[in-house]
Design a protein around this ligand. Structure first.
Ligand SMILES: Nc1nc2c(ncn2[C@@H]2O[C@H](COP(=O)(O)OP(=O)(O)OP(=O)(O)O)[C@@H](O)[C@H]2O)c(=O)[nH]1
Ligand SMILES: [Zn+2]
Length: 211
C-alpha cells in the first residue's frame, strides 16, 4: 500500500534475503521529481530507539560494478554486514549519483580526473559545487520509517550536519573505513585532506576494516 508524506511517496515493504543477511526493502519516490530512493531495513524499532543507520548515496560504478576508484561499494557491503550483526538498522540508499551531479557529469568528472584533476577540482571545473547533495529527502525517509535518533555509519561530517538540519538527531558517528588501494588512494586522500572526511582512527571509536 502506498503511503503519502509531505515530499515523498512510500511503496510496498517486502522481504529481501541477501548474501549479507535477511532484510526488508521499501521504495520511496519524490513527488516533485519522480526520483526513486530505497531503504533497506533490519529488525524492529520504535520511535524512542537509536537506530544504527547508513545514509548511502548511489555510486553505480562502485556499488554495482565493484569499481576500485572509490570506497562506495565496499562501504555499502560493510554497512550491510554491520547492520546484520547488530540485528537491526537501516540503510537509506539515495539516488544521488556523483555527489548529486548525475552519471553523465560524474563521467565527465572522471575524465578530468584522468587528466590530473582531483575529485573536487573536477566538479568545480564542470560548474558544480564540490558536493551538490542535501539530506532533506533522506531525513524525510527516516521520519517515514519512524526513525529520529541515529548512530550513523559515516566518515563524512556533512551528512551529520545535513541530517541535523532536518530534525534528525545523531547520537554517535561510527566510522566506516575501508582500506585504500592504489586506484582510490588519491581520491580518499582528497576526501580526508580537503573535504573534512574523518578517515583516521579516533579515540574511543570502533573501526571497521573490510579485509
Ligand atoms: N562527482 C563525483 N562523485 C563521486 C566521485 N567518486 C564517487 N562519487 C560519488 O560520491 C558519493 C559517495 O557517497 P557516499 O559513499 O554515500 O558518501 P561519502 O560522502 O563518501 O561519505 P561516507 O558516508 O563517509 O561514505 C556517491 O554519490 C558517488 O557516486 C567523483 O570522483 N566525483
Ligand atoms: Zn563510488
Amino acid at each position: 500500500m502506498t503511503k503519502t508524506y509531505t515530499n515523498i511517496l512510500q511503496g510496498e515493504r517486502v522481504q529481501l534475503p541477501t548474501k549479507y543477511g535477511h532484510f526488508e526493502i521499501v521504495p520511496f519516490q519524490e513527488k516533485a521529481t519522480g526520483i526513486e530512493h530505497m531503504a533497506l531495513i533490519k529488525g524492529n524499532f520504535t520511535a524512542k530507539d537509536t537506530v544504527l543507520t547508513r545514509i548511502h548515496s548511489s555510486c553505480a560504478t562502485g556499488d554495482l560494478f565493484g569499481s576500485l576508484k572509490c570506497d562506495c561499494g565496499e562501504q555499502l557491503n560493510e554497512a550491510m554486514k554491520i547492520i546484520e550483526n547488530n540485528g537491526s538498522g537501516v540503510i537509506v540508499y539515495l539516488q544521488q549519483e556523483g555527489r548529486g551531479i548525475g552519471l553523465m557529469n560524474k563521467m565527465k568528472a572522471y575524465k578530468l580526473q584522468e587528466l590530473g584533476m582531483d575529485t573536487i577540482e573536477a566538479n568545480i571545473e564542470l560548474g558544480f559545487a564540490e558536493d551538490e547533495r542535501d539530506y532533506k529527502i533522506g531525513a524525510e525517509i527516516l521520519s517515514a520509517l519512524g526513525v529520529s535518533k541515529l548512530n550513523l555509519l559515516t566518515n563524512n561530517p556533512d551528512k551529520i550536519i545535513g541530517l541535523e538540519q532536518h530534525g534528525i538527531e545523531i547520537i554517535k558517528r561510527i566510522p566506516l573505513i575501508i582500506k585504500s588501494n592504489p586506484f582510490n588512494k588519491f581520491y580518499l586522500d582528497t576526501k580526508e585532506n580537503h573535504m573534512g572526511h574523518q578517515l583516521k582512527e579516533e579515540k574511543g571509536e570502533t573501526q571497521h576494516y573490510d579485509n
